[in-house]
Design a protein around this ligand. Structure first.
Ligand code: XUL
Length: 531
């Protein structure tokens, strides 16, 4: 029998369950697979992983579907000949904030799982609520207001729990359920996150919530990483009784249930390491293991996230602080007008991406003071509910080149301005996502932030991060410290040749333009109030 020395990361995301297996000796991903919920489990009737419901603000998924997907994915891995018998530890990643409600029958059903019958058949009866609200749900504004009022306002809530109260966060979601369905809530003995629920199935016991993902609930004291008693009270009296313990991100939940060995050949000594949220896992998967390391994902929306040693919270309540897998903190800011806005400008001037890049090359850093507020859609950061593009500093609408530069500069300056509260400007930035293939956009990023930018090509960073966390925790468990720098080395290195250095001549240009941008933002806000 080969010595178990492989690590498996699973990612239970909105639309699929995926797996990444790593070999720490070869420092390679040796196997990847995924099952898409809509495709392989059509009997749940989901679209893109969520149930079709009448109210667009209410977004739920069936947790039993995630259980059934686990059976299907492990079966696929066994059929593919993935070396499950050599797996030393498994961890995972869950879409953040989503909650699973379990009744009193859950612990026994989990502990008694048998390889003879499908998991879903054995766990069908453990839910006190058949559906789980997920991160896309935005139906709890009333509860957010109630929680913030109880905790002393937006900034105080952020200071206490790491984020202001957000509709998708678990605390407001629990409160809404408790108010709307008191009977079903009374039947709820255990509340899990998607991450801790999946770990519970794998380990056959109610798993802890790791402090990284726990920070996405508005229920955890972001500094002590313990349940915040006033926040618990703000949601429901005695809520603590229904919540599992919080743990550090390297906690071993226990052995993987032997039934998974019997059924799929997973090594009988394999450990289940606490699961975390997809964003904390991605921090590990992208190699952001030292404070100041930042990633900017240029996707449909743009996200800015990174590692922070000391805990600072956003007094404006726009950004989030979660726990990072290293035991530090991670920050996350989400900007809705990302690729969407870049594309709208490109299409307005009938350009292709080459033409867009040529426009960026033709125009100088700072755009001669021409500015755009790129609110093509309502914006999350800063909160702008009424969309509308505004131009300042002599930016003419027909000027294609200046508008191309203006939209990208606006995005980068907005990230610089709205990430200031983190207290640690980025030391280097890893750019990911579709638009990171464009060196002109990355040059503007480097110039605005005045730090080197690298391109990161990793696609499945949450599952990879989970596999790396499994490896890190397994080493700790066996009494051997594995430094995070060593853990990620070779797995999440950015493309060295993609390095783009900032132009130091741009320092005063963007200092001045950022101040002008901030005034434009303020003017826009006042204009909306008065208008
Ligand atoms: C983060 C968030 C999303 C989900 C996606 O706050 O809501 O990134 O974690 O799965």
């Amino acid at each position: 029998m080969p010595v178990p020395n492989l690590f498996l990361g699973l990612d239970s995301s909105t639309q699929s369950l995926s797996a990444v297996m790593i070999d720490p000796v070869k420092r390679q991903i040796i196997y990847e697979a995924a099952v898409n919920f809509d495709d392989v489990l059509p009997h749940y009737g989901t679209r893109n992983g969520t149930l079709p419901l009448d109210d667009p603000q209410v977004v739920h998924s069936p947790p039993l579907m995630w259980v059934e997907a686990l059976d299907l994915l492990l079966q696929k891995m066994a059929d593919d000949g993935a070396p499950l018998g050599e797996v030393a530890a498994i961890s995972g990643s869950g879409q953040q904030h989503g909650s699973v409600y379990l009744n009193a029958a859950a612990p026994e059903a989990l502990a008694g799982l048998s390889p003879e019958r499908p998991l879903a058949d054995q766990l069908r009866g453990i839910f006190s609520r058949p559906t789980s609200p997920i991160w896309m749900d935005s139906s709890t504004s009333v509860e957010c207001e109630e929680i913030e009022a109880a905790l002393g306002g937006k900034a105080a809530t952020a200071e206490a729990t790491g984020s202001a109260a957000f509709e998708r966060f678990t605390g407001p979601q629990i409160r809404k359920f408790a108010k709307a369905e008191p009977g079903a809530f009374a039947q709820t003995e255990h509340i899990a996150l998607v991450s801790s629920f999946m770990a519970s199935v794998l380990a056959g016991r109610i798993a802890p919530i790791d402090s990284g993902d726990g920070a996405g609930m508005n229920l955890m004291d972001i500094r002590t990483r313990m349940w915040h008693s006033a926040a618990l009270d703000a949601v429901f009296p005695n809520l603590g009784k229904k919540l599992p313990e919080l743990s550090n991100p390297w906690k071993v939940v226990g052995p993987v249930l032997p039934m998974f060995g019997k059924k799929y050949g997973i090594c009988e000594d394999a450990l289940c390491v606490v699961w975390s949220g997809d964003n904390p896992n991605s921090v590990a998967g992208l190699g952001l293991v030292n404070p100041g390391m930042t990633a900017i994902s240029l996707g449909t929306s743009d996200t800015f996230f990174g590692t922070m040693r000391d805990c600072h919270t956003d007094p404006n309540g726009e950004g989030h602080v979660f726990g990072s897998p290293t035991g530090d903190y991670m920050t996350l800011l989400c900007f809705k007008n990302g690729s969407l806005a870049r594309e709208r400008v490109k299409d307005r001037y009938a350009l292709d991406w080459n033409g867009f890049s040529a426009a960026l090359r033709r125009t100088p850093p700072g755009n001669g003071g021409k500015l755009m507020l790129p609110y093509f859609e309502p914006e999350i950061v800063p909160k702008v509910l009424t969309p509308g593009v505004r131009r300042f500093g002599g930016l003419d609408e027909p000027d294609a080149s200046a508008n191309c530069r203006a939209v990208v500069e606006a995005q980068m300056m907005s990230m610089r301005i709205h990430s200031r509260w983190m207290g640690e400007p980025p030391s280097e930035i890893y750019a990911t996502g579709g638009a990171s293939a464009n060196p002109q956009i990355l040059q503007i990023m480097a110039d605005v932030f005045q730090c080197p930018v690298y391109r990161q090509e990793s696609t499945n960073s949450a599952a990879l991060g989970a596999a790396l966390r499994a490896m890190h925790a397994w080493h700790r468990h066996t009494g051997e410290e594995l430094l995070w720098d060593d853990a990620v080395c070779g797995f999440s290195d950015p493309l060295k040749e993609s390095r783009i250095d900032p132009d130091s001549a741009a320092v005063p240009v963007y200092d001045e333009l950022c101040a002008a941008y901030q005034s434009a933002e303020a003017e826009h806000k006042t204009g909306l109030k008065n208008g």
